[in-house]
Design a protein around this ligand. Sequence first.
Ligand code: ATP
Ligand code: MG
Length: 223
Amino acid sequence: MKVVSVIPGKGGVGTTMLATSLSSAAAHQGHSVLLLAEHNSGALWIAEQNQKSLPFKTKPIWFRDLALHLEWARFADFDLVIIDCPRDLSIAAICAPSSDLVVMPCRPAIFDMHSTRKALKLVQSFQNIVIVVLTHCDKFDPDTLDARQIFLKDGAELPFDDIYRRQAYSHAMEVGGTILETKPNSEEAEKIRSIWRYISNRLFGAADIRQKPQRKTKLKAVA
Ligand SMILES: Nc1ncnc2c1ncn2[C@@H]1O[C@H](COP(=O)(O)OP(=O)(O)OP(=O)(O)O)[C@@H](O)[C@H]1O
Ligand SMILES: [Mg+2]
């Protein structure tokens, strides 16, 4: 079983959007996914609206009991746990060492960068693989490029794709789902899948056996 924590350095940066969307992308790829989230969080609200039509399960937790929940998830045969962490460095210090990798969402804006770089240092003291995903980006904004350079210098990894500020993401949350349920063929959904592919390669290696095998064309018998 692999564990991914989505840890924000600042509130409201799209942590829950990313954690729920990645859970959905991983589940669509064939993983049995459990999303752990704090009692009374946005992720639980989404699950309460629509758990039946979501391809992953959600469980409310108190973070001090994280080890017990991970043990339970292993016992229940989940092969991927994604943790939606609130903005709290003491919780980051519980989640990061229990994870195979950490994803940190950040807006490419000065205060967000400041808080996230501080949190990144803490997380890096527990965890080698930290992937920063830039969120709420504006297309062609030079700040996004600067933010990428700064985080790379700090030793973080960044997937090729950034997440743009798009109503479609918040609309999906409002109706109790993710972009992969509400607009699976959109550019926004493809961004999430592409970010998940990057994370999946880092977690499982390039040859994830769960990726659907390519259909082979039958060779015609030569008379
Ligand atoms: N890429 C995006 N474009 C536009 N709106 C977004 C995007 N991502 C998230 N949102 C919206 O921004 C708000 C905050 O997102 P979200 O709840 O995912 O952030 P969070 O970091 O989990 O916040 P909190 O600190 O409250 O837990 C929500 O209303 C959400 O619908
Ligand atoms: Mg949240």
